[in-house]
Design a protein around this ligand. Structure first.
Ligand code: ADP
Ligand code: ZN
Length: 523
């Protein structure tokens, strides 16, 4: 096969002068027919790694992507550069599909975007068999990983590509890169012999911040007004209801914002996404249904009002900020309710014990990132198996949190839970436990005669907020657990180590509540 010069394609078609670090090696390898597995952060420049070899080689480059909603945009953008691109997915009418198919067979397509479920149809495979193929690009390749957070069963069938088309090179790409996901992609897609390129996952222009959650929506407003006035950004919420309410709140406060979640009809979702891509300074308030594959360079902030379920998810979502390399903010509000809620979600989730264990492992890593007193970036990179130095550009570097010896506090709390169970056969949530510790004589305390417990009032040295911090951190580290619909607190086997075996507990000191909070309280 004759090939064209990749650098020439880069210059002439894409108008860029040079390859970014890493791109050249990958492009050359795939252009000359080799397989590759590419792990690169969002914004790293993955698309060119397959687009250029597709143009440099004879035939059509087939791009497998789960992002059906974006295919039209991707194809339009390529056509604007003079690249002959098309797509096949379920949103097309039959005429469009037939046109694309005949272009493919006539060798008139440089790139063909294909949804994985299409590729698994016999008809599609027969079609591809009759067409000259330049390569297969498997985008969002982490979708093949059952260990990961975004598994798509249709991706499993991609392991058969090599058998059916042994001479067509394959390049798999993802922005998710734990060692486990990496290994699983390589194994499932048969890429052990391929060129593996693992880029640094550091995004130095993103400032990572995880704030204690007091009044999240008000904190969000403060953030937008003081630091991101008029900026484009994404606000992630867990529930559709919260998405709607938050978007309304922003609009009521004169901030340009639209909601996005799977409960909105397709036309509305498309309209909001298109506005976000086109307009300056629009905010999308969304569930995690939004954002995969969105290529908007000037997203200045990503805010999370609820805790992501995994570090991979957090990294991918925050990674949508600052693709242009300019300073950007990743801000997350995190509190006791988040831990309770996520633990309960896992407990009530479908699937077997192994599945729940997997979810719990993902959550534990996310919680460790939230509770760390070390540099967030170092911790984040370590999660992906990469080294880093304290960055000076995250909240813990900028104002190092204090830690304190919390063993006695932890013991007081755990023994309260133990006594309620042992002496009264009762379980309670965080609120009542804190009232007991602080010796408050509320109606609920007298009603249950909790003022007669020997632990009543033993924790009067700490305030509500501090006790909530203790509970949150014990939950985060598995020294305490939450149970049932009402979120009652129960001990774990590890609790015994603290109560009876001298295990020490170091806690992160709760930051003082800000003055703005006091003001709103009085108002
Ligand atoms: P990813 O898919 O890894 O998130 P993209 O492929 O969308 O990243 O690339 C991110 C941005 O960087 C795009 O705007 C792209 O045009 C630009 N880009 C990629 N490679 C180069 C290069 N060699 N020179 C200049 N810009 C580049
Ligand atoms: Zn740091």
């Amino acid at each position: 096969m004759t090939t064209r010069d990749p650098l020439d394609v880069l210059n002439r078609v894409f108008g860029y002068d040079e390859f970014r670090p890493g791109q050249q090696k990958i492009v050359d390898h795939v252009t000359s027919g080799g397989d590759a597995l590419v792990l690169m952060p969002t914004g790293g420049g993955k698309s060119l790694c397959y687009q250029i070899p597709a143009l440099a080689r004879d035939g059509t480059g087939v791009v497998i992507s789960p992002l059906i909603a974006l295919m039209q945009d991707q194809v339009d953008a390529l056509r604007a550069l003079g690249v002959r691109a098309g797509f096949l997915n379920s949103t097309q009418d039959p005429d469009e599909r037939r046109l694309t198919e005949s272009q493919l067979l006539a060798g008139e397509l440089d790139l063909l975007y294909l949804a994985p479920e299409r590729l698994n149809l016999d008809a599609t495979r027969r079609l591809l068999d009759r067409a000259p193929l330049a390569l297969f690009a498997i985008d969002e390749a982490h979708c093949v990983s059952q260990w990961g957070h975004d598994f798509r069963p249709d991706y499993l069938a991609l392991s058969g590509l090599h058998e059916q088309w042994p001479d067509v090179p394959r390049i798999a790409l993802t922005a998710t890169a734990t060692k486990a996901t990496h290994a699983e992609i390589s194994e499932r897609l048969g890429l052990d012999e391929a060129l593996h390129h693992v880029a640094s996952f550091d995004r130095p222009n993103i400032q990572y911040r995880i704030a204690p959650k007091n009044e999240p929506r008000k904190q969000l407003l403060d953030l937008l007004r003081t630091e991101h006035d008029g900026d484009a950004g994404i606000v992630y919420c867990l529930s559709r209801k919260s998405v709607e309410e938050t978007a309304e709140l922003l609009v009521r406060n004169g901030i340009d914002a639209v909601p996005y979640h799977a409960g909105l009809d397709a036309a509305t979702r498309e309209r909001h996404q298109a506005r976000f891509l086109r307009e300056d300074g629009l905010i999308v308030v969304a569930t995690i249904a939004f954002g995969m594959g969105i290529d908007k360079p000037d997203v200045r902030f990503v805010a999370h009002l609820d805790l992501p379920k995994s570090v991979e998810g957090y990294y991918q979502e925050t990674g949508r900020a600052g693709r242009d390399g300019l300073p950007s903010t990743a801000w997350l509000a995190y509190g006791l309710q988040d831990v309770m809620q996520q633990r309960k979600l896992i407990e009530s989730s479908e699937g077997d014990q192994a599945h729940r264990r997997k979810l719990a492992t993902h959550l534990d890593a996310m919680l460790a990132l939230c509770e760390t007193v070390e540099c967030r970036r170092v911790q984040l990179l370590a999660y992906f198996g990469q080294d880093g130095e304290p960055c000076g550009n995250c909240d813990t570097c900028l104002s190092p949190p204090e830690s304190w010896e919390g063993t006695v506090a932890a013991q007081k709390l755990l023994s309260t839970v133990v006594r309620l169970k042992r002496e009264r056969n009762q379980k309670f949530g965080a609120g009542q436990i804190i009232d007991i510790l602080r010796g408050k004589t509320t109606t609920k305390i007298t009603q249950h005669r909790h003022d007669e417990l020997s632990v009543f009032g033993v924790g009067s040295d700490l305030g509500d907020n501090e006790w909530r911090g203790v509970i949150r951190q014990l939950l985060a580290t598995g020294l305490l657990a939450v149970e049932g619909e009402y979120g009652t607190l129960v001990t774990t086997p590890a609790s015994d180590e603290v109560l009876y075996q001298g295990r020490k507990v170091h806690l992160r000191r709760e930051p003082k509540r800000t003055a703005t909070r006091e003001k709103t309280k009085r108002a």
